[in-house]
Each structure stands twice: as structure tokens, then as C-alpha cells.
Design a protein around this ligand. Structure first.
Ligand SMILES: [Fe+2]
Length: 367
């Protein structure tokens, strides 16, 4: 058979997807985390992989799906949280704008699966299936071998269980709860994701009527996390909007690095923090480094990180900022505190061994 005869749509998908294959899986596995540091990788959206010197690997919000893939009937479900929020009915053009940098089915070891909330871009049934079916285990504080736990607020746990994750593997957390995993201590904190408050269980016409109702309890729907590691304390704010209560978290806890969900909100929408909010959040949390995330993933919420840079430069002296922003790339690694003075990330450029092997050129001056 010729190559043309052999090729099918399925063979194309299998040979090109996920776009990064197992490149990042291998990089994470091979990383030796030095004492007193924590290594992190951005998996896209708000997905972060943490790896510590004590061999603790955890993921927060690893998600492996996408957005719109067809125009369909051009309509949004009238009970979708965005429709609940602004009364729109036309389909939201949220196409996935970043490649898949991790193969969830090639993950060999993780010690806990965490979610900040239950929106579709923050949890993964595929990843859950792999963790369950592969029989992945970890060790508890007493050194006993236990199945890898799934940790999240009540609504996230309900979704995992609906997918078939056994109840005994799920840990429901609410603000104030503390969980220890190897050399990491995770504190669940208040979320400020007001989009979660207008999320109804049904997205159909039978959706719950919210008008005139006191909002449901955010603590059951979403949490933020403070991840205390040997390299420093990392604050993951999930999809939180701006809140003055960041200042209380900043007084209650030492925050070294803060992740904030940044985006260019379409007119009629208030779902992501703006550049101003990201700077205010970092100042309130008394963070040392702030890293915008989530702006990468949706075509209709993509934002320019230079806006944060410009505002930061305008305000840092007058307001005596004690932090700086770091601009990351999906698939990239950030080690704290090793990389604490870096301002921006670039993927490895390669060719480090140039001119170390013989060239094959007509003559040197052609270069
Ligand atoms: Fe999100």
C-alpha cells in the first residue's frame, strides 16, 4: 500500500495529537527538583503541575478538553452560566487556542488530583479515568500505600463521582481545610468565582430560577488553594474574580507566588480578572511574584500580557510594589525560588552544541 492509501483521518489524528506527545510527560518525570525549591509546569488554562524535592507530584485543574468545534445551531444553552449571567443566547465562540502539552494517559505518577471548581475547563474525565484504571497509588503521612486521592470542593467531588471515581477516593474540602501530601501542605481557601454562583445544575430551560434568591454557598462550588512547598508558598486562585478579601489571605498566609486568572472580558461579560485586578491581587496577597494564567485558552477571552507590564511599570514606584509579574508560556517550567528574578519565559531554544561536531558546508564564509 502506498502512503496515500494508508492515511486516514484517524491515522492523522493519532499521529498529530496530543500536539506535544509525551515530550512534557518525559520532562516532568526526568526533572530532579533541588532541595528548597518547587518546580511547576503550566499545562494550559489554570492547569498547573507541581513537583517537589520530596517526590510529591500534584496537579491542580488539569483539563484535557476543548471548546467549540462546530457552529451547530449557533445557540447557547439558556441555562449556561454565561447565559445566566448576561442573558445572551448566541453561541459563545470559545475555541481552544492552545495545544495539548501533556498526554494524560501517559502520566506515570501523581500523588493527588486537585480541582478548584467544577467548570468544564478545570476537570478532566480522561485524566480521572487514567488515574483510576492504572491503579495509581501514593503514600499517606504514615507511609501507607493508598490510592491517589481526588481533592476538591463538594461540587467537584460530585462530578468526579458521577464520572465513576469511587467515593472513598474523593476528599471534599472547604475553606480552612488542610491536607498533607508527602512534603506538601495544601490549605483550601475562599474562592471569589462569582461566575460559579450563577452556575445552575441544569443548563436547559428547566434551570433553577436564581432571580431574588440568596446565592448558593460558594464554598461548596469553588475553593482557592495555598500550596506550601519546600520552595515556597504558591497561591492558586482558580477562576476567582477580584476580591478585597485577597488582603485577608495576604495577612493570614505568606504568599510567594500567586496565580491569577486573567482575560479580556467581552462586552457584557465579567469573568476574568483584568490587568488592574491582577496587580491589585498581587499587592493585596503581598505576593513576591504574580503569574497571569487562563488568558491563553479561549479565543474570545485572549488578552495581551503587555497590558500588565505597562501598568506595572506605571505604578510600581508610586505604589512601592514589592512584587513583579512573570509572563509564562503554556508547557513551560518555572522553578521557585530559582527563577524568582526572571520576568518572562521562553521555551528552550536549542543548538547549545553548535560547532561541536563537523559541519557539512561548501566553505565557512557561506555562513
Ligand atoms: Fe475557567
Amino acid at each position: 500500500m502506498s502512503k496515500v492509501d494508508e492515511i486516514t483521518r484517524e491515522s492523522w489524528i493519532m499521529s498529530t495529537f496530543p500536539e506535544w506527545g509525551t515530550w512534557l510527560n518525559e520532562e516532568i518525570e526526568n526533572e530532579e527538583v533541588k532541595p528548597g525549591t518547587v518546580a511547576m509546569w503550566w499545562l494550559g488554562c489554570t492547569g498547573i503541575w507541581f513537583k517537589t524535592p520530596g517526590g510529591c507530584n500534584i496537579t491542580i485543574d488539569l483539563w484535557t478538553g476543548n471548546g467549540k468545534r462546530t457552529h451547530g445551531d449557533g445557540r447557547m444553552k439558556e441555562g449556561h452560566q454565561m447565559a445566566n449571567m448576561c442573558g445572551a443566547r448566541a453561541m459563545q465562540p470559545n475555541l481552544r487556542a492552545v495545544p495539548f502539552v501533556l498526554d494524560p494517559f501517559a502520566v506515570r505518577q501523581v500523588d493527588a488530583v486537585l480541582a478548584t471548581h467544577y467548570h468544564q475547563d478545570h476537570m478532566s474525565a480522561e485524566y480521572a479515568a487514567h488515574v483510576i484504571k492504572s491503579g495509581m497509588t501514593t503514600t499517606d503521612q504514615e507511609g501507607r500505600r493508598i490510592p491517589v486521592p481526588f481533592i476538591g470542593p463538594k461540587k467537584s467531588v460530585e462530578l468526579w463521582m458521577k464520572w465513576g471515581v469511587p467515593a472513598e477516593r474523593c476528599v471534599t474540602v472547604k475553606p480552612g481545610d488542610v491536607i498533607k501530601i508527602k512534603d506538601v501542605e495544601i490549605t483550601a481557601l475562599d474562592s471569589f468565582d462569582r461566575t460559579c454562583l450563577v452556575t445552575t445544575d441544569s443548563t436547559g430551560p428547566d434551570r433553577e430560577e436564581l432571580t431574588g434568591k440568596c446565592p448558593s454557598d460558594m464554598d461548596e462550588k469553588a475553593v482557592n488553594y495555598l500550596v506550601k512547598t519546600p520552595g515556597g508558598n504558591i497561591y492558586h486562585s482558580g477562576d476567582s474574580h477580584y476580591s478585597i478579601y485577597y488582603a485577608k489571605h495576604g495577612k493570614d498566609y505568606q504568599v510567594d507566588v500567586a496565580f491569577g486568572s486573567y482575560g479580556e472580558n467581552p462586552v457584557g461579560m465579567q469573568d476574568k480578572m483584568t490587568s488592574v485586578d491582577i496587580l491589585r491581587m498581587a499587592e493585596a496577597l503581598r505576593a513576591k511574584v504574580v503569574i497571569p494564567i487562563h488568558y491563553d485558552v479561549w479565543t474570545n477571552f485572549m488578552a495581551d500580557i503587555n497590558e500588565i507590564r505597562v501598568l506595572y511599570d506605571m505604578k510600581k514606584d508610586r505604589l512601592d510594589y514589592k512584587f513583579h509579574p512573570f509572563f509564562w508560556e503554556v508547557g513551560g517550567k518555572y522553578v521557585y525560588p530559582t527563577d524568582k528574578d526572571k520576568r518572562a519565559y521562553h521555551h528552550r531554544r536549542g543548538f547549545e552544541d553548535c560547532f561541536e561536531a563537523p559541519q557539512n558546508i561548501p566553505f565557512r564564509s557561506c555562513l
